[in-house]
Design a protein. Structure first.
Length: 133
């Protein structure tokens, strides 16, 4: 199967995989060859790509995934490979977003949703980095 993970900025990942675990809004799902066609909403979390000997992990923000035939496409606001996560920078970004969320008096629903998404993505990155120590 071909897995492709794309953000508005770049194609973050593309490879042939035997399976992939995705964090959906209804729980984790494991996509295997022959999976039924699927479109699902992705939540902030970890994408796991099992590989012989060692797997790959990416932190992902919210988005959507589509599985059709032997192609899995993930479209997300943000995604990063575990090796590229700067834990200190992510913690600082999370603190700034949390502060903005609690101190801003007048925010639109879109601004609140954007800050909540940033916080969830930061938490996913921190958890993933700490889990792999």
């Amino acid at each position: 199967m071909n897995l492709e993970i794309v953000t508005p900025e770049a194609k973050v990942y593309e490879d042939t995989v035997e399976s992939v675990v995705l964090p959906t809004t209804t729980g984790e799902i494991n996509i295997l060859p022959g999976h039924i066609p699927l479109v699902t909403e992705i939540q902030a979390g970890e994408i796991i790509v099992p590989k012989p000997g060692d797997g790959q992990s990416l932190a992902i923000s919210k988005g959507f995934a589509q599985c059709v035939g032997d192609k899995i496409s993930v479209l997300a606001e943000d995604a990063i490979h575990i090796d590229e996560i700067d834990e200190f920078a992510v913690e600082e970004a999370q603190k700034r977003a949390e502060t903005a969320l609690t101190t801003m008096e007048k925010m639109s629903d879109e601004e609140i949703a954007m800050l909540e998404t940033q916080i969830a993505y930061a938490r996913a990155q921190i958890i993933l980095k700490q889990k792999r120590r």
